[in-house]
Design a protein around this ligand. Structure first.
Ligand SMILES: Cc1cc2nc3c(=O)[nH]c(=O)nc-3n(C[C@H](O)[C@H](O)[C@H](O)COP(=O)(O)OP(=O)(O)OC[C@H]3O[C@@H](n4cnc5c(N)ncnc54)[C@H](O)[C@@H]3O)c2cc1C
Length: 370
């Protein structure tokens, strides 16, 4: 049997590869870059994403727990917790941990190799790469927002109407909040995620192109003051435009997963969690030898909430008066906010979901060293 070919050794591509090997499927992964694979990301892993990683046997050794989300809009704040803890994990740590696990389970991962052409045959696919041709039973495009595989396969994509861009940087400072803090401004948002006991990541997402990270940061005086004396410990990374409306998740012997499969925006911080869930669904379809149309159905089910919530949040982000009003309401109704967060993270609406708080033991189970 020919192997599964995966283009993209990002978190989702590696999740596909590990899940495939755990089901006994041979797998080759290529990536045009060399490790460690860094990328602009808010680096928050939501509880459902952590469960997906645990299923793959992946536990990041350096991470920092956070309990929920706190919105900060001028003087007003609204905070709520997830039913279970979440984790901030630096992208390079996540990538290295996934890569180690992928090699442990026998994945063939090839770096410095780009996908350039593909030929879809009757019962397999031939991928031309910068390192020659490879044949596979199925080609998985896990190659990010501006997927080359999607283009080569001829799957239609249309940009969204309101282009948004993101950039990220890390600061050496002890995290001061046990939430991911989201600072709102009419032109952009700043997301502060604790990723280690001595480091926070700051991601800024803007309406339209970000002119300069420092200039955007100054729109948040309290945050700027906090970071004033903290050393910058990572290069600036950017991404965008985010919104990519993808016609279909499959065509012939090609399937798309992760950001390549379609993306709206990063403001709900769940791209990774959804990508991991879809990776598992895709591998399940391959292992059962089902048609890829079944994967499309899984994709739609797994991402329905993401598309709905993200569109709603984007509508608020673009309407400052409405956003301020919404944050005012959430600040007065923390249980409603917690219920919305729980729903967003895929929890059923039970009494314990609404009232439940995480225990320190469940936090320590998630974190290796911090
Ligand atoms: C500012 C910002 C903040 C975010 N915050 C969060 C957050 O807090 N939580 C969260 O869960 N998500 C967040 N996201 C989203 C998250 O980063 C993405 O959903 C996630 O990275 C998708 O992973 P992926 O593996 O699909 O793609 P990627 O991580 O983009 O990986 C794609 C890989 O494909 C490779 N590749 C591309 N083209 C080729 C080619 N032709 N040949 C070979 N290899 C190729 C690339 O080198 C890359 O390694 C954020 C995103 C941004 C931009």
């Amino acid at each position: 049997m020919r192997p599964l070919l995966v283009v993209g050794a990002g978190p989702v591509g590696l999740a596909v590869a590990i899940a495939a090997r755990l089901r006994g499927i041979a797998c080759i992964v290529i990536d045009r870059r060399e490790p460690p694979c860094d990328k602009a990301c808010g680096e928050g892993l939501l509880p459902h994403g952590l469960k997906e990683l645990a299923e793959l046997g992946v536990k990041p050794p350096i991470a920092h727990p956070f309990v929920g989300i706190r919105y900060i809009d001028g003087e007003r704040t609204a905070a709520a917790s997830f039913p279970e803890p979440a984790l901030g994990v630096r992208r390079i740590v996540l990538s290295e941990t996934l890569l180690r696990r992928a090699k442990e389970v026998g994945c063939d991962v090839r770096f410095g190799v780009s996908a350039t052409e593909l030929r879809d045959q009757r019962d397999h696919v031939v991928l031309t790469t910068s390192d020659g041709e490879i044949e596979g039973r199925l080609l998985v495009g896990a190659d990010g927002l501006h997927s080359k595989v999607r283009e080569l396969a001829g799957i239609e994509v249309r940009p969204g109407p309101f282009p948004r861009y993101g950039a990220r940087r890390h600061y050496a400072i002890r995290p001061w909040s046990d939430h991911v803090d989201v600072h709102w401004h009419d032109t952009c948002e700043a997301y502060v995620t604790p990723v280690a006991s001595n480091c926070v990541g700051v991601a800024i997402i803007s309406h339209g192109k970000l002119v300069s990270f420092d200039e955007a940061l100054e729109r948040f005086p309290a945050l700027t003051a906090r970071l004033a004396h903290a050393e910058i410990v990572s290069p600036l990374r950017g991404a965008g435009p985010f919104h990519q409306r993808v016609e279909s998740r499959h065509l012939g012997h090609v399937a798309l997963v992760g950001d390549a499969a379609g993306y709206v925006d990063a403001l709900t911080g769940e791209g990774l969690s959804i990508g991991f869930a879809c990776a598992r669904a895709l591998v399940d379809v391959v292992a059962r030898d089902q048609p890829l149309a079944v994967y499309e159905q899984h994709y739609r089910r797994l991402t329905r909430g993401y598309y709905r919530t993200t569109r709603l949040m984007l509508a608020l982000a673009r309407r400052p008066a409405l956003r301020r009003q919404a944050i005012k309401v959430l600040s007065r109704t923390p249980r409603v906010f917690a219920a919305l967060l729980a729903m967003h993270a895929g929890y059923p609406m039970t009494r314990s979901t609404l009232l439940g708080r995480k225990s320190s033991s469940s936090i320590s189970r998630l974190v290796g060293t911090s």
